[in-house]
Design a protein around this ligand. Structure first.
Ligand code: PGA
Length: 249
């Protein structure tokens, strides 16, 4: 795991955008949530300066069950509003699980088949306070494929800020599995803020365990983790990670 500790969330975004820009013409896995927003802003700025995403194919990690892509809180709508509508990617090249299909298990299988037919060059990830990536909650098989899940009440509470009230947050979602995510050639996980420090420490320095889904990055051949000082604050080896980053072989 390549660990990069930055002074601020803005520095995390600058570094992440620099890496993602190398794949602007490739197959990119995108994440929703608050963490990547600064990174998307930076990529939009780079696009305004000439970076083209016209050849890019984008794949979302997850989607709420029951929300149509036109629903403002669907992840399909969110990624368009926050990112892809502001760059030159054709909308038909932005893929996500079909949350409103009526059969979430069939929609999960269809999305898994789509992902199996391609190879994602780089998958962007956030991390939940409980260590989830995508919507893979603690206890998810490390080799899971795209599947329908029941969200943890904490995840529902965390995401209620995007809805008018907590009871509007769907309790089910379709998510790429940990095995699906791990097939991407490169993983790029971002985390900022003190409330992610415990999950980040478990992901990097805890055991490989389904109880910390993000620990699956430990088994990936090309995983980069970019975090700010606050998110790094519980890492026992933080000084070493900074030293290694500053003195690369
Ligand atoms: P956040 O969510 O970026 O909004 O903190 C991350 C996640 O839950 O995966």
């Amino acid at each position: 795991m390549d660990i990069i500790i930055c002074p601020s969330p803005n520095d995390v975004a600058t570094k992440a955008a620099e890496i993602l820009a190398e794949h602007a013409g490739g197959r990119m896995g995108l994440a929703t949530g608050s963490t990547p927003l600064l990174t998307y802003k930076e990529l939009i700025r780079m696009h305004e300066e000439g970076l083209s995403f016209a050849e890019c194919e984008a794949f979302l990690l997850d989607e709420y069950v029951g929300l149509a892509p036109s629903h403002p809180q669907s992840y399909a709508a969110t990624i368009r509003n926050e990112f892809t509508n502001h760059i030159d990617i054709d909308d038909a090249r932005v893929h996500s699980p079909q949350g409103d299909s009526g059969d979430p298990h069939a929609a999960a299988r269809a999305y898994e088949e789509l992902l199996a037919s391609t190879e994602v060059d780089i998958q962007l990830l956030g991390i939940g306070a409980d260590g989830h990536i995508g919507f893979n909650e603690p206890g998810t098989s490390l080799n899971s494929r795209t599947h329908a899940v029941t969200l943890h009440p904490q995840t529902i509470a965390d995401n209620a800020r995007f809805f008018d009230s907590a009871d509007q947050v769907p309790i089910h979602a379709i998510t790429q599995g940990l095995g699906t995510i791990s097939r991407a050639k490169r993983l790029l996980l971002l985390a900022t803020g003190q409330n992610k420090a415990k999950a980040v420490a478990e992901m990097i320095e805890g055991g490989l365990s389904a109880f910390c889904p993000a620990s699956v990055l430990q088994a990936h051949q090309d995983a980069t983790v970019i975090i700010d000082d606050e998110a790094a604050s519980l890492l026992a080896y933080a000084d070493y990670y900074r030293f290694a980053d500053a003195n690369r072989p």
